[in-house]
Design a protein around this ligand. Structure first.
Ligand SMILES: *Cc1c(COP(=O)(O)O)cnc(C)c1O
Length: 379
């Protein structure tokens, strides 16, 4: 099955019992046993639920995993993955990962005795240098948020395999339509399904998959033991969102390219970050490991221009955090998603006050450009 077909017919896509073309929402906690211990594969819905299982099998099919896991949020999925490790273990983490992942590491996981080294995963030599005797894994995101830095997944996986470490990739920004980390050598893939997979700003969810049986067993144990599962209604909504992922990603990217072309010619724009631009430092790697450049754009206004006035002047493009939805969403990282990062660390990371992040939706691109034009006129 090709990708767009998998999104619709992968996993468990219908109901054998009734012929229903959609998976039923099994709103149940428990399952009748014919005899003690004799059941149809389900005992209690934290452990397993047929609607959630349909979504879990779907994400495994989409990413090339052996088993999938659905969580109540991307953060819950991240926490469950880190629960694979024990006190004293060391993990290498990309320097541009999701802010909530940093919070989890710095405020909770360090307190529990895990240790971390933060590196720029686009620079392969820094990874090699960071490996210690107690290093167990590398956790990275590509492309990153908000600067869309691109890491060569295959090159990282090749390095860390020599040291028997596992590679964990947060694939939220690229989606499996454009990038499949397990095929490139990664061991575990994570998604905030609240973004492109759900795709409609209407559900918070996390998905995890792996192509290693042993890791799948451990993750399954942890999912049940920790209990941060996704409910049946939300499992159904995510599955419904995924059906259109292929055409949505194509539409996001087509609009993103049109907007990048518009921004490139604009006198009030200083810099554009988009992996599809040949001038982007990660362009060649993105070309090699992804089948598309996605719908996320970041750009800097000319120094001193008021980013807040610009985003507040937009009428169609919505000022909001989050991303990956049918509607275009815009934000100022320095003041919003990355507001908790200190000004010095932002400066180091290259996140300027004039930086704007745009999650391009699938509206008519001419309407989006008209809206951007009138907002530029206000600054
Ligand atoms: C949003 C996001 C997360 C966290 O997911 P939630 O569903 O909000 O818990 C993790 N990684 C990335 C890249 C994200 O964008």
């Amino acid at each position: 099955m090709r990708m767009k077909t998998t999104f619709i017919h992968g996993g468990i896509s219908h109901d054998e019992a009734t012929g229903s073309v959609n998976v039923p929402i099994h709103q149940t906690t428990t399952y009748k046993q014919e005899k003690v211990g004799v059941h149809k594969g389900f005992e209690y819905s934290r452990t397993g639920n047929p609607t959630r299982l349909a979504l879990e099998k779907l994400i495994a099919d989409m990413e090339g995993g052996v088993r999938g896991f659905a969580f109540g949020s991307g953060a819950a999925g991240t926490h469950t993955i880190f629960s694979l490790f024990s006190k004293g273990d060391h993990i290498i983490v990309g320097d541009d990962v999701y802010g909530g992942t940093y919070r989890l590491i710095n405020k909770i996981l360090k307190r529990l005795g895990l240790t971390f080294t933060i590196v720029d995963t686009t620079d392969l030599s820094t990874i090699e240098e960071a490996i210690q005797d107690n290093t167990k894994a590398i956790f990275l995101e590509t492309p990153t948020n908000p600067l869309l830095k691109v890491t060569d997944i295959q090159a990282v996986a090749d390095i860390v395999k020599k040291h028997e470490l596992i590679t964990i990739v947060d694939n939220t920004f690229a989606t499996p339509y454009n990038q499949r980390p397990l095929e490139l050598g990664a061991d575990i893939v994570l998604h905030s399904a609240s973004k492109y997979l759900g795709g409609h700003s209407d559900v918070v969810a996390g998905l995890v998959t792996t192509n290693k049986d042993e890791l799948a067993d451990e993750l399954g144990f942890l999912q049940n033991a920790i209990g941060g599962i996704l409910g049946p209604q939300d499992s159904w909504i995510v599955q419904r969102g995924i059906k259109t992922l292929g055409i949505r990603m194509e539409a996001h990217e087509a609009n993103a390219k049109t907007i990048v072309a518009f921004l490139q010619g604009h006198e009030k724009v200083d810099k554009i970050y988009y992996p599809g631009l040949p001038s982007h430092p990660g362009h060649e790697t993105a070309k090699k490991q992804t089948s598309g450049f996605g719908g996320m754009i970041s750009f800097e206004l000319k120094e001193g221009l008021p980013a807040a006035v610009f985003v507040e002047s937009l009428s169609l493009i919505t000022l909001a955090e989050s991303l990956g939805a049918v509607e275009s969403l815009i934000e100022i990282p320095a003041l919003m998603t990355h507001g908790a990062v200190s000004p010095e660390d932002r400066e180091k990371a290259g996140i300027k006050d004039e930086l704007i992040r745009l999650s391009v939706g699938i509206e008519d691109s001419e309407d989006l450009i008209d809206d951007l034009k009138q907002a530029f006129d206000q600054i």
